[in-house]
Design a protein around this ligand. Structure first.
Ligand code: GLN
Ligand code: ZN
Length: 768
């Protein structure tokens, strides 16, 4: 029998119950007991759903109150010193302090760093590795959840992040000079304990996620894989390990993976479609788990194609050695398409969310086990949709295709070089040294949310909504005047989300009403769905920006989202190359940029928060991706006159690998996130001698902490050591929409004060 299996189910809940439960706990509105109960309820619901659907392997420990990497850190007792954790079990307080920092009762600790999980938009908390660190089981979560499911009559396959991926995902401080593989023996001991415990509780299979095997890894880590898994297999012989790889094919790591003494290997056949023959040939007596259902997109599976792949493997390996699976954990898909009541029915019919994907996995397995007739209806629907999407005029727009053909190289460059533009812009804008600005959004207050909700529900009309937003803009402008910020923003009250806002106004997009996916902690995003050719029927931001500019003589920065970020944070059609879809978006943004300029906006920021995270996982693929991303950004930004200053903004970026491309984007000013890294991220710009202007973030907006003036001047001084002061801007790390005014006001006041101090210092040192 071919088994139907899953690698992970979204934990957030179809109605984002988990978000609500943790946020209410953080706000002190509910107790720890309430929170634990909410978690338990969700787990039971999701296990039952998967069981009822007919899955043979159901994951456990895929649940988390914040992040599965943080859970792993807790499980391994790898709590950084600054949390003063002394007990032998990581309590919820320590757990959330690691996740979010804590500023309370005289304690002031920063959160652990967050970074994107490989090339997804999911953020994990980066393990902090120290030389010779100890690992010791310090959480019972994985065991408790296994037993909890078992008590419900559900045998599960516990999931954990593998030791090598854990170590490779961690950060190494400067004093840690030796290889992180020195930590392998220690960490492996802890894994052995974990696996033994699971085995004692009755677990037959355990899923160990090692997506690092889909990356470029050094030989010493290939060796680390061998020694780690050999030690584990020798110490816990009975347990069956499903080693899960995903997001790319194994390529040069295929031999390493298949030489490991594990019972099964999971491969991603969506992102790594090329590797099927190779892994079949290498499988030997291992079980192959074939990820045929896309865990990261929302399109219905081509069941016939999936069945063929599974059958191909079965022919060679036999039915007992093949599992049907999603390409990766379904954490990255929304929960349930059935909750969508407003989606266009035709387009909805092309989609599947996590719940439907589980059914697809079951259907594929069933077809292979019992013949295609056993799923004939599902197959018929699937085949029909494949045909329909090829020809539907909803998808294919002649005009867009004509415009794409008419793109010329001239459309990809500004009229003059940066040096010339800079002179013109400095004269036109007349800003001080260390100009202060913010990244765009201000806190999304209860008022804003209420107005938006009422507008969407038809309770208030256009005019009332517009008035409410204008009032917000006005108060944001007044506030910025009051604290003396140099370049103003309108605050983005009208945007629920920086991508959704644009998607809603572009042709080729649709929106779910409940298609939430976890981004970090309790934060979820509802990615727009790009189903067809993209175009811009009319201006999207001009009215708001014009209004905001009318309230001030200072510069009001226009605010747009760039083509790569829109692409990256959407569910993208899978019937044409991604860069083609991005190019269609770039043309639409270009139109918006020139319309803003025409409306009197002198500075326009095109956020490309997601360029870095869109990088392919393998270096061999970087250049092609980056070249196309740069071209697409330049198409969007190059329609303006020299005096119009183009900004871009990027977050969570380690720029070393992409600095050349960032420079090639040729934005006049870039703002980046640097405060948590203590300006270390700036090194890449300094080394490269980045020619354009830069605003390194001085205020970590991911935590409610309010940095004081000194903290920010310290950061600015660090920055001024490596970047010439006349190139420097002063701004927070990112937009402020997730924060409250209570913190934002003092923080921005401090930021302006810090810039003033820097100006004074620079003047006096210039005078000396
Ligand atoms: N302009 C956006 C904002 O301020 C940028 C957010 C981001 O880069 N993630 O919210
Ligand atoms: Zn940002």
């Amino acid at each position: 029998m071919v088994l139907a299996t899953n690698l992970g189910f979204p934990r957030i809940g179809a109605q984002r119950e988990l978000k609500k439960a943790v946020e209410s706990f953080w706000a002190g509105k509910s107790s720890e007991k309430d929170l634990l109960a909410a978690g338990k309820e969700l787990r039971a619901r999701h296990w039952k759903l998967q069981k009822d659907a007919g899955l043979d392997h159901i994951p456990s420990n895929d649940f988390s109150f914040y992040d599965q990497m943080l859970d792993m850190t807790a499980l391994l007792g790898a709590v950084p010193k600054r949390y003063n954790w002394t007990s032998d079990k990581v309590d919820l307080n320590t757990y959330f302090a690691m996740a979010r920092g804590r500023q309370q009762d005289g304690v002031d600790v920063t959160a652990m760093t967050m970074t994107k999980w490989l090339d997804t938009n999911y953020h994990y908390l980066v393990p902090e590795l120290t030389p010779g660190m100890n690992f010791k089981i310090s959480s019972s979560k994985i065991f408790d959840e296994y037993s909890e499911a078992k008590a419900l009559g559900i045998q599960t396959r516990p999931v954990l992040i593998g030791p090598i991926t854990y170590l490779l995902s961690g950060s190494k401080p400067e004093n840690f000079t030796e290889c992180r593989c020195t930590l392998v023996p220690g960490i492996v001991k802890a894994y052995i304990h974990i696996l033994r415990n699971l085995q004692n509780l009755g677990a037959e299979w355990v899923q160990i996620d090692e997506p690092a095997l889909a990356l470029d890894i050094e030989d010493r880590y290939k060796e680390a894989y061998k020694s780690a898994y050999k030690t584990i297999a020798d110490a816990v012989p009975g347990i069956k390990i499903m080693l899960a790889t995903y997001f790319e094919s194994l390529r040069d790591n295929t031999d390493t993976a298949f030489a490991l003494p594990v019972a099964g290997i999971h491969v991603d056949l969506v992102r790594g479609a090329d590797q099927l023959d190779k892994v079949i040939a290498k499988a030997g007596d291992k079980v192959l788990s074939l990820g045929v259902v896309d865990g990261r997109n929302i399109w219905k599976n081509d069941l016939s194609a999936s069945i063929q792949k599974i059958e191909k493997a079965v022919q060679k390996l036999g039915t007992d050695k093949v599992f049907v699976a999603p390409s990766c954990s379904l954490l990255h898909s929304p929960v349930d398409l059935d909750n969508e009541k407003t989606l266009d029915p035709q387009i909805k019919n092309w989609m599947a969310f996590a719940t439907q994907k589980v059914a697809e996995i079951v259907a594929v397995a069933k077809a292979v086990n019992n013949g295609r007739e056993s799923v004939s209806l599902a197959l018929q629907v699937s085949d029909g949709i494949v045909q329909e999407r090829k020809t539907s005029p909803r998808i294919h727009d002649k005009q867009v295709q004509e415009r794409m053909k008419a793109i010329t190289p001239d459309m990809m460059k500004r009229k003059s070089s940066f040096k010339d533009r800079q002179k013109i812009q400095h004269a036109a804008l007349n800003l001080p040294l260390f100009p202060t600005t913010s990244i765009g959004s201000f806190p999304q207050t209860e008022n804003i949310r209420k107005a938006r909700a009422e507008f969407k529900a038809g309770k208030i009309n256009d005019a009332a909504y517009k008035k409410a937003m204008q009032d917000e803009i006005k108060s944001a402008v007044d506030f910025q005047h009051g604290i003396g910020i140099d370049v103003l923003v309108h605050g983005e009250p009208e945007r629920n989300d920086m991508v959704e806002y644009f998607g809603e106004q572009l042709a080729g997009f649709v929106f779910s009403s409940n298609g939430w996916v976890q981004s970090y902690g309790s934060r979820c995003v509802k990615p727009p769905i790009i189903f067809g050719d993209v175009s811009r029927p009319k201006p999207m931001t001009v009215e708001w920006s014009k209004y905001a500019q009318s309230l001030t003589d200072k510069v009001m920065k226009g605010m747009l989202t760039g083509p790569i970020t829109i692409l990256q944070w959407s569910f993208v059609r899978d019937d044409q190359p991604r860069y083609i879809t991005a190019r269609q978006i770039a043309l639409a943004i270009r139109d918006e940029v020139t319309d803003l300029e025409r409306a009197g906006i002198r500075m326009i920021q095109i956020d490309e928060a997601a360029i870095r995270e869109g990088l392919p996982l393998r270096q061999a693929d970087y250049k092609d991706y980056l070249d196309k991303a740069v071209e697409n950004f330049r198409i969007s930004a190059s329609g303006v006159e020299d005096k119009t200053q183009i900004h871009t903004h990027m977050c969570y970026s380690d720029f070393n690998t992409i600095i050349e491309s960032v420079a090639a984007m040729d934005a006049d000013v870039i703002s980046i996130e640097t405060s948590r890294s203590q300006m270390r991220l700036l090194d890449a710009f300094a080394e490269f001698k980045y020619p354009n202007e830069i605003g390194p973030g001085v205020y970590d907006i991911h935590s409610p902490r309010v940095p004081d003036v000194k903290e920010m001047t310290d950061l600015l001084e660090k920055a001024a050591k490596v970047i010439a002061p006349r190139q420097l801007w002063v701004n927070p790390d990112c937009g402020l929409k997730t924060r409250g005014w209570k913190e934002v006001k003092p923080a921005l006041e401090n930021m302006v004060a810090a810039a003033k101090e820097m100006r004074a210092k620079t003047k006096s040192s210039a005078a000396a």
